[in-house]
Design a binder for this molecule. Sequence first.
Ligand code: NBY
Length: 830
Amino acid sequence: RLGPASTATHPLATAPVGSPSHNVDGFVREFLHELNTNQGVTLSASSLNDQYLALASTVKNYLMARWLETGLKTRAAKVKTVGYLSAEYLLGRQLDNALLASDLADIAEKGLELCGIDLADLRVQEVEPGLGNGGLGRLAACFIDSLATMDVPSIGYGIRYEYGIFRQTFVDGRQVEQPDTWLALGAPWEFPHPESAVQVHFGGHTERYADDGGQERTRWVPSWNVLAVPYNYMVPGYLNGRVNTLRLWSAQATKAFDLQIFNSGDYAQAVRAQTFAENISKVLYPEDSTPQGKELRLQQQYFFVAASLRDFIDHELEPGFDLHRLPERITFQLNDTHPVIAVPELMRILIDEHGFDWDEAWEVTRQCFDYTCHTLLPEALEVWPTELLGRLLPRHLEIIFQINDQFLSLVRQTYPGDEMLARRMSMISEHPERGVRMAFLATVAASRVNGVAELHSQLLRDKVLPDFSSLWPEKFTNVTNGVTPRRFVRLSNPLLSELITDTIGAGWLTDLERLKELEPYADDPQFRERFAAVKAANKHRLTDLLRARDGIDLPDGHLLDVMVKRLHEYKRQSLKLLHIVSLYEQVISGKISAADLTPRTVVFGAKAAPGYRMAKDTIHLINKVAAKVNAAPELEERLKIAFPANYNVTLAETLIPAADLSEQISLAGMEASGTGNMKFALNGALTIGTDDGANVEIRRLVGDKHFFLFGMDEPAVSALGAKGYNPGSCYEANPQLKATLDLILSGHFSDGDRHLFDSVVYNLLNQDRFMALADFQAYVDTQAKVEERYADQEAWTRSTILNVARTGYFSSDRSMRDYLQRIWHTSPML
Ligand code: NBY
């Protein structure tokens, strides 16, 4: 690492130089300067991409002084920093957020106009960094936005994947994945710092040796290493002058590694070695919910965590800092189990590199970590085979064994004679192979363990980690998720934002509970009219986008029914599909007439993990049903399905504000929280949902009358599971359900092929692990209630206004306040 290289005495040398002038002239000057000096073109010769890149640089220049000042101020204050460790950040486009945070949106628009450029044309140039799979990655992005906006010193640490989440296309209705080349046209928001790269080691063995004092010690003798190069991103707070940092690591081959092989004359092998190293940050694993036990994935996890700890200790702390006091200066939040290898890494650093004894090191380590769990599915809990861990990180495996030994002695002391319990709680599982249960390691090491919604936290205590919660009840807590209102209200719904500010004044964007002040206006016909007009305009905006983006034509005047989230059986896209097919079947068989249908367009957005067969088959089935339904004259254009490919943050920003109905229909007890559910409610959609995840809290806040609840609750699901669930009997007992499934089985949607969708249908009929058939009738009945309410547009709009007014709680600012109080025990820097 190279230290500061300057001993300058000039007064300007130690402080950031000023920003460009905050007015249209200053902006134009800076923009043209960037176009000339960075892109090397004149305005008249510049491409749209040149202009976009120059615009991004211009905005960065405005934020730069604040970024540098934030660093200086935070370091000088020596306060505690939040280190958010997350393998995923699903950031979405950066431009608009940076313009908003720096109060440049109007200035940029006017300045560009003077240059003959439409800002809207530059916005669409940006390819969003899709460095995450779904909710977990997007949550991390919302949290760092809120931390910056609340003036909390924090660093986000993660991986700069060269390829983010795949680009989804449909070929004959089937999902086909394309690589996400988000870096291809330039990455103007990042600041690479190759000079600050750190080494990350792997492999080899451990050995004992005697140190100078004759003390027996252990050291790790690794066999290979890679360089971790930091790429810094600005995380600007909203109009508050703070700009935090997101530090994403990119893997590079080390020189030494290359040279050795190169000198031996094997050029091809040297290049292979480089490729091998650089593979580590090459691609985001597109699996959500279930982990993939892949060596490269474990390499990714250790890679970013080791680089991050090294970076914080060596670079963020002042030289000579006494690491016994580390917990005063950092609290690392483990975003699920993916970064949990940080626990033995910190132990190794303290013991092997800094001479701590075990107990001292454990005391410090314990205080430095907290763990957030994001799931309830047993198969989603990561277990790393000890064979693999020991081969890749032999010292870490030793440390894990020792942590486990000490922990199990505590268990045996606390519950003498209960050997079964000790075995249940062991971090080492023995079947199907020996492996490390990363969630147990995280739970033992963390000061606090939290779930992401009230119900989830309760089930985490009672069902996933019951032994641990009896041992340490005070360790467990809840923080209900939230979403950033800057991106998901202000930027994605400017018309609603304007209406809100018009009605209750400014300030709500950083104090979202103030939306409550809208409540009385739900009874004001004039306000309702304006509110409904916003929704209508947002629908038109979506119609324009889908026409241009996907060639999809949305009909006018339909109830817009939206289900967007990763495709997973537990989320039950298949239940939504059964509802659609049921309506269609009733019309084509003459049981009802098309005129009985409420005109409705169902929008799906969902990516399936490339290796998840059932999910991909479900996508295929949705597309096949869509083709048939959309073309059916019998329906008289009253039922349509739109499934735009490649749902991502950018599409969400236009889709969510247009929605009337939000589908949150997971089997109760399966969705940890959901965050899409919050975004829809905040943008004036009504929810049809089960009693699951944060739906529980949404319903409590908006009121039963303004939320369409259906289906079994978690105790009922448990009871049915215990009693023995037989989906076949639901099919036999319900003629409409039978007709619906039979229509699919008849080959009606598959050009007469009676077996194309066997996997999906027979899974529902024979297994139906997520009990879609059991909830079918309740779902269909509740959809009828939705239609009833929708028929009364006054009542509907009233309910949607109350949803907006009552869901300010779901701001991620509130989530961050809860983490600060319950978990991190630190406060904003004022
Ligand atoms: O985290 C989601 C939950 O399903 C959702 O209910 C919750 O609101 C959200 C934020 O707390 N979980 C999620 O998105 N998980 C993943 O994306 C994921 C990614 C990778 C792996 C596991 C889960 N993995 O094993 O590698």
